[in-house]
Design a protein around this ligand. Structure first.
Ligand code: SF4
Length: 251
């Protein structure tokens, strides 16, 4: 997609790839009714006439399970609760039947009681529509019930990939283990476990493994050589010197 002309890019965004963001308030126009915003998307990307687009807007709001979709359509964003606004944003994202829905921390701004409902909704709607769901989150606790595959990133590098169940049951990378420990402590109501140290500047990566300054298991080679990817089982791979073999990786 990088390098596409602006006009072609505009046709891909929204129509083939849509996004739901962390704070729906920021992404909804505060001075336009929800219906007006949905109708604009439907007319622009699906070429619907005004009457048809209005009908479809209400149908979409019903699909995202807003209790009174007609009323929600007539509302301005400030007249809806946070959960309702997020549902309206999901309706907008699904309006063009995208092939890929990117959900970037979609529940972070919501009350904890609503988080599971919004994630269930995203999963069900993308499955129904045959779209892929790409969930970006810091909360590994939501991964297992929502995703099939996980890629764990640290400082711009994918450090571990695998099936969600494998990653949550048997995490291999020390950073993944740290994230899961933090999520578990929080779930149990204990003081959150933290990973010591701080993330370095994204413009000044340290040599070797980018996690080595914070890693409790660092080896001497970690500070000088970037670890290669090692396959642990079908579909499960990790970038860490603890798993790379001496012969082929100059440990
Ligand atoms: S490569 Fe070394 S520093 Fe990096 S995560 Fe593995 S053990 Fe830790």
């Amino acid at each position: 997609m990088i390098g596409l002309a602006p006009e072609r890019l505009r046709r891909v965004r929204g129509a083939r790839i849509a996004a739901v963001f962390q704070d729906p308030t920021t992404y909804l126009n505060p001075v336009l009714r929800i219906e007006t915003q949905l109708v604009e998307v439907l007319r622009l990307h699906r070429g619907l006439g005004a009457a048809e687009a209005t009908k479809e807007a209400v149908a979409l709001l019903r699909r995202v399970r807003l209790a009174d979709p007609e009323r929600a359509a007539r509302s301005y964003p400030f007249q809806l609760s946070g959960g309702m606004r997020q549902r309206a944003l999901i309706a907008m994202a699904l309006a063009c039947r995208p092939r890929l829905l990117v959900a970037d921390e979609p529940t972070t701004a919501l009350d904890v009681t609503l988080q599971a409902a919004i994630l269930d909704l995203l999963r069900e709607l993308t499955e129904e529509g045959g779209a892929a769901l790409w969930l970006i989150t810091h909360d590994l606790g939501v991964i297992a019930p929502t995703c099939h595959r996980v890629a764990v990133m640290y400082a711009g590098r994918i450090v571990e990939t695998g099936p969600a169940e494998t990653i949550t049951r048997s995490p291999a990378h020390p950073y993944t283990r740290g994230l899961l420990a933090a999520a578990k402590h929080l779930e149990e109501g204990r003081v959150r476990a933290t990973i010591p140290g701080q993330v370095h500047s994204p413009t000044n990566h340290p040599p070797g493994c980018r996690f080595h300054l914070r890693c409790p298991e660092a080896l001497p080679s970690c500070a000088t050589h970037e670890p290669p990817e090692t396959a642990l089982s079908p579909g499960h791979a990790v970038r860490c010197w603890l798993y790379a073999t001496f012969e082929n990786d100059h440990r």
